[in-house]
Structure formats: structure tokens, C-alpha cells
Ligand binder design. Structure first.
Ligand code: NAD
Length: 370
């Protein structure tokens, strides 16, 4: 099979879907076609791919392969260079039904890796986790870089500097890594989430959990989420959470927000009134900015200062750690390929396999999921 790895074209996207390490594992059995320069922003030069057994080609040749490995979904120009019958594997956004319709219309068989179920067998191919982990780390790095004070407590001859107080909103994969990273830097951390099991995880990392008690069985049941993901909480709970968060935010120096609800707009957790109450020079990194943001004042792709608070709206934090983000993503992809390539090195669709079934979003000209 000819496997193509085109360069990513979306602005700000620096990752690549295969690295020399993963190409080496594919090259013995397939013809691997890497677009010239595809990995250069992820510290993977053409020569390293060639040494791993790939052929360096132009964009049209990589996109014209039997199977195309991507980070992001192809745009119109890329799609036009792909053939009907091509197998596409990437982070295709399974909730973007318009884009899936275009892929299906082009006769592409597409797998959206974000749609993999959160079961043990799928962990090695869990792109949401591998990338969120990196993004959570980088969010703290960006915040520390913008914040005009120290993170750890310091006792010096010139006096004592207090440790930074960090508030993490939403403690999934990104939030847990943000807590761990801020902790290593010496910050004092508080965190909030809707899901009950999170309290223990937060405390085990040495942070304080902001408890918003459930007042009804319905609230508790919704808070449990589905498949490990949160569901929108009732307005009554959100109001109680907002009141508590407002008080904690006044004391915070850095807030990292990561709260997401799959397929929906991100919940608003930090209101303008709360930003107004924060200390001058404090920093908010809104990791939910691509889904509308957890703070209505954050602006996509920009860092702005409002009411004396720095608001960072960087949508693609994993791309700022391109080499490691690509290394982990490429391993996720390689593991996924084991499910769709058989022992004779042929492409197969095993619809009995729940990971294959969940990730297969376009086949035979139709969208299989919206
Ligand atoms: P996510 O990116 O979908 O959301 C981030 C966090 O925001 C979640 O913890 C969510 O509960 C929280 N959130 C949503 N609404 C909120 C609100 N109003 N206030 C505060 N927080 C809010 O989450 P994720 O990183 O994908 O992780 C979700 C869960 O799945 C985690 O517990 C994670 O450990 C688990 N997980 C399991 C597996 C597996 O079993 N294979 C793999 C990956 C992740």
C-alpha cells in the first residue's frame, strides 16, 4: 500500500502525522511517501524520513496515496488532490458534519481518531489524551511566561516572595497535567470540575478541590457524565459553582480553564464580573477557546489585557510543543493502523471492532456519524 504523509496546511499547525520512528515501522511493508518539509517544524527533517525508508515527494503525490495520514482534516485544496477510495486517518473532528459530508462526497473513507471509545484497548491510540497532556503542560508554561512574578515561594535577603496561586477549571487530561506542572514549579493550586471522581485525583496531586456540593440526585447523576465525558450541568449548580469560583478567582494569580463538553459550546465559567475582581497582572489561559472559550473575554489567537488581566486565547497549544506532540500523535496513529491493516498488509474494515466502528466517519460515499 502507498501511505502518504502530507505537510499540514492549517495556519499555526506545526505537527506531522508520522515521524521517522513510525515511518521506519511502516516502510518495510508499505511505500511511505512523505511530502518534502512535512516534519520540519516538528524537528523531523526530510533526511531523517529518507533514512527511515520513506520517499520524499510533493504534496500531490502524498495526498494521492492509497492511505493518507494527517493531523487535521484536509482543506478544499487538499481534498481536491485526494482520490475517491483513499483512506484518510486523522483528527477530523467527528462533530463537524459539514466537513464530513465533503469528505464522504469526495469518496474518501475516513477515520476520526478523536471518536475512539475510552476503553483500555484504545488508550495507546487516544489522540485526545496525548495532545491534551501536552497542551496542559504548555498552558502553564505560557501563563508563567506572561505572569510578572515568580511561581514558587522564595525567601531572599531582600524579603519573601509568595508562591503563585493557580486555579484550574476542568480537570480532565489537560487539567491534571496543568496541576502537575504548576505543582512542580512551586505554585499553590486549587481546582474545580463537575465529575465526582476528580476530587480524589486533584488531592492526590497535592492540590485543593473546590467542592460544589450536589443538592439533588439529578445534579449528581448528570455530574457523573457519560463515557468519561462531562454533560452540561443544571443552571442551579452552575450558579453555585460561579459564586465559589468568583471568590477563589479573586485570590488567584493564574487561571487555566480546560472545561469542555463534547460536541457543544464550552461552558462559561469565568464571567466578566469575575475577571474584573481579579488582581492586576494576573493571567487566564483559556484552553477551551476553540469551542467558544470558558471566559467570554478571551479572544481566539490573541493575548489581550482586559481589566488588568492577561487573557491568552491560543487555540493549538500542542502545536507549540511540535516535536513531542508529533512523536506521541504518530505513535497513536501507528497503533490505530494495526486495526485497519491486516497481516497481508491490506486495508480492511472490521466493523465488529468497536474502535473501528466508532472512528469510521465516512465510507461508501456516506457520513456514518454526525
Ligand atoms: P474534556 O477535555 O472533555 O473536558 C475537560 C474537563 O472539563 C473534564 O474533566 C470535564 O469534566 C470538565 N468540565 C466540563 N464542564 C465543566 C464545568 N462546568 N465545570 C468544571 N469542569 C467542567 O475531558 P478529558 O480530558 O477528555 O477527560 C475526561 C475524562 O476521561 C477524564 O477523567 C480522563 O481521565 C478520562 N479518560 C479516560 C480514558 C480511558 O479510560 N481510556 C482515556 C482518556 C481520558
Amino acid at each position: 500500500m502507498r501511505i502518504g504523509i502530507p505537510a499540514e496546511t492549517r495556519p499555526g499547525e506545526t505537527r506531522v502525522a508520522a515521524t521517522p520512528e513510525t515511518v521506519k515501522k511502516l516502510a518495510g511493508r508499505h511505500q511511505v511517501l512523505v511530502q518534502s518539509g512535512a516534519g520540519v517544524r516538528a524537528a523531523c527533517p526530510d533526511q531523517a524520513y529518507e533514512a527511515a525508508g520513506a520517499t520524499i515527494v510533493d504534496a500531490a503525490t502524498a495526498l494521492g496515496a492509497d492511505m493518507v495520514l494527517k493531523v487535521r482534516s484536509p482543506d478544499a485544496a487538499e481534498r481536491a488532490q485526494m482520490r475517491a477510495g483513499t483512506v484518510l486517518v486523522g483528527m477530523l473532528n467527528p462533530f463537524d458534519s459539514d466537513n464530513l459530508a465533503l469528505l464522504a462526497g469526495a469518496g474518501i473513507t475516513a477515520f476520526a481518531l478523536e471518536a475512539a471509545p475510552r476503553i483500555t484497548r484504545a488508550q495507546s491510540m487516544d489522540v485526545l489524551s496525548s495532545q491534551a497532556n501536552i497542551a496542559g503542560y504548555k498552558a502553564v508554561m505560557l501563563a508563567a511566561n506572561t505572569y510578572g512574578r515568580f511561581m514558587p515561594m522564595l525567601m531572599t535577603a531582600a524579603g519573601t516572595v509568595k508562591a503563585a496561586r493557580v486555579l484550574i477549571m476542568g480537570v480532565g487530561v489537560a487539567g491534571l497535567q496543568a496541576i502537575a506542572t504548576a505543582k512542580r514549579m512551586g505554585a499553590v493550586i486549587e481546582a474545580s470540575d463537575v465529575r465526582p471522581p476528580v476530587k480524589e485525583q486533584v488531592e492526590s496531586l497535592g492540590a485543593k478541590f473546590i467542592d460544589v456540593p450536589y443538592e439533588t440526585d439529578e445534579e449528581r447523576e448528570i455530574a457523573m457524565g457519560t463515557g468519561g465525558y462531562a454533560r452540561p450541568m443544571p443552571a442551579s449548580w452552575m450558579q453555585r459553582q460561579a459564586a465559589l469560583v468568583h471568590e477563589r478567582a479573586r485570590l488567584a494569580d493564574i487561571i487555566i480553564t480546560t472545561a469542555l463538553i463534547p460536541g457543544r459550546k464550552a461552558p462559561v465559567l469565568i464571567s466578566e464580573e469575575t475577571v474584573q475582581a481579579m488582581k492586576p497582572g494576573s493571567v487566564i489561559v483559556d484552553m477551551a477557546i476553540e469551542q467558544g472559550g470558558n471566559c467570554p473575554l478571551t479572544e481566539l489567537n490573541r493575548t489581550v489585557v482586559k481589566h488588568g488581566v492577561h487573557l491568552i486565547g491560543e487555540p493549538n497549544l500542542a502545536s507549540l510543543v511540535a516535536a513531542d506532540a508529533s512523536a506521541l500523535y504518530a505513535r497513536n496513529v501507528l497503533d490505530f493502523l494495526k486495526l485497519v491493516i491486516d497481516k497481508e498488509d491490506r486495508f480492511v474494515i472490521d466493523r465488529e471492532d468497536e474502535i473501528v466502528r466508532a472512528t469510521l466517519v465516512c465510507a461508501d460515499g456516506a457520513v456514518l456519524r454526525t
